[in-house]
Design a protein around this ligand. Structure first.
Ligand code: LLP
Length: 421
């Protein structure tokens, strides 16, 4: 459920008309709903209520300072994957003890930053990383809390580009080698092994692969404990999917997920961490765009928008489906027609949807891409010298620009011309 609903024929973000925001900031733009962000965070928090836990929002999904501050104030931790994300989380007011650090390529500099600034744990992904982490911790005279990410070799049944839990993926260490790697970690004086980490992929619409992976984690916990490791924390990653296509069966809810976690891991008495990104931010955001032209092609009509693949890359990159809805609700009974919905960027990949059935639109009309709050603005670029589009946050009847649209001069002046030109 989100807070983007029609009222008297016009699309609202909470209590603000989307067209009012468009008039104030121009199109295209992203708009996020505070109530939806918080609702999703609390759903997870409540789903794990029976167990000691921390919801560490995977901020790669949407790392705007205002979004982070909203969630941090509600009590969320963060999952970061770079020094940049670590800095953003701290700048938004997240204490170090609520930050977990994931990722296969943490540099010595990033490790030092987090050890000096405070960190809950590093989710270690390889032996070489473990050695660097140990060395940096020793140098600083501290002990680094770690989990080791295991790759459980389960099929997450999601898009190949976002599956991470198969043995051919670059993530984690093969679960079969876990005992050996945990033994090695226990011998390194700069490390404190606190638990196990697993993340099998993103946009999962079925609980079965999660359950399979978590069962393997439960077995591994008992084995490692038997070998003297004090496994007290389990980081279960993120990955629960959202309903992009409203006509499809809805994916399981956080409540169902929480019950499954309780069932498979509850008996171990571990502290549970989860790293949801998409489910928290995805349906809390729209990308709003205006129709520039309606162009009649050979046997098809193109809806040419002012938003493009550089603003929202998911359709071009993963063939992802996003609902596209008119900001002014069509009158009941209006006949829909098929459109190819495209942006102005000069490549055919700049296509949001083919033969999408929509009520007739004309130049100047506004449309909203639903489910665009996660992996939208964060993956945007300035391809075709299109400045990054602004982001807006709504709370009740107020809205604020949380990232302004840069001017063309700002964009151009980031380049510098060498002295010989
Ligand atoms: N934890 C780790 C270690 C991850 O790698 C990810 C996502 C998450 C948590 C959060 O997963 P979520 O709950 O959001 O599914 N750009 C792609 C998604 C990439 C996901 C990468 N890792 C997309 O637009 O679909």
């Amino acid at each position: 459920m989100d807070h983007f609903l029609y009222r008297d024929g016009a699309l609202f973000a909470e209590d603000v008309a989307v067209s009012e925001i468009a008039a104030a900031v121009g199109t295209p733009f992203y708009v996020y709903s505070t109530a939806t962000l918080l609702r999703h965070y609390h759903l997870f928090d409540e789903a794990l209520a029976g167990m000691p836990h921390l919801v560490c929002y995977a901020m790669k999904a949407n790392s705007n300072q205002a979004v982070l501050r909203t969630l941090a104030q509600a009590g969320a931790g963060m999952d970061v994957v770079s020094g940049g994300e670590y800095r953003r989380a701290r700048a938004a007011g997240v204490p170090g003890e609520r930050i977990v650090f994931s990722g296969v390529g943490k540099t010595a500099g990033e490790i030092r930053l987090a050890l000096e600034g405070g960190i809950r744990q590093f989710n270690v992904e390889s032996e070489p990383e473990m050695l660097v982490l140990n060395a940096v911790a020793r140098e600083l005279g501290v002990v680094a809390p770690i989990t080791i990410r295991v790759n459980p070799d389960v099929d997450a049944k999601t898009h190949a580009k976002i599956a991470t839990g198969k043995s051919e993926n670059k993530f984690g260490i093969p679960i079969a080698r876990a005992r050996e790697v945990y033994r090695m970690a226990a011998d390194l004086p700069g490390l404190d092994v606190v638990g196990i980490d697993v993340h099998i992929g993103s946009q999962l619409t079925d609980l079965a692969p999660f359950e399979q992976a978590y069962q393997k984690v439960a077995e591994l916990t008992e084995i490692l404990r038997g070998e003297g490791h004090d496994i007290r924390r389990l980081d279960l990653g993120g990955g629960l999917g959202i309903p992009y296509e409203r006509s499809n069966a809805a994916p399981p809810l956080p409540t169902d997920y929480g019950a499954m976690v309780q069932r498979t891991l509850g008996h171990l008495g571990c502290e549970i961490e989860i790293e949801p990104g998409r489910l928290i931010a995805g349906n809390a955001g729209l990308m709003v765009s205006a129709v520039i032209y309606v162009k009649s092609g050979e046997g098809r009509d193109f809806l040419i928008l002012d938003g493009a693949m550089n603003d929202l890359i998911r359709p071009a990159m993963y063939d992802a489906y996003h609902d596209i809805v008119p900001v002014i609700e069509p009158a009941p009974g209006v006949e829909q027609q098929p459109y190819d919905v495209v942006g102005p960027v000069c490549e055919s990949g700049d296509t949001f949807a083919r033969q999408r059935m929509m009520a007739p639109l004309k130049a100047g009309d506004l449309v909203a891409f639903r489910s665009a709050g996660a992996y939208g603005a964060v993956m945007a670029s300035e391809y075709n010298s299109r400045p990054l589009i602004p982001e807006v946050l709504v709370q009740g009847d107020q809205f604020a620009i949380i990232r302004a649209r840069p001017s063309f001069d700002e964009m151009i002046n980031r380049d510098t011309i060498p002295h010989w030109l």
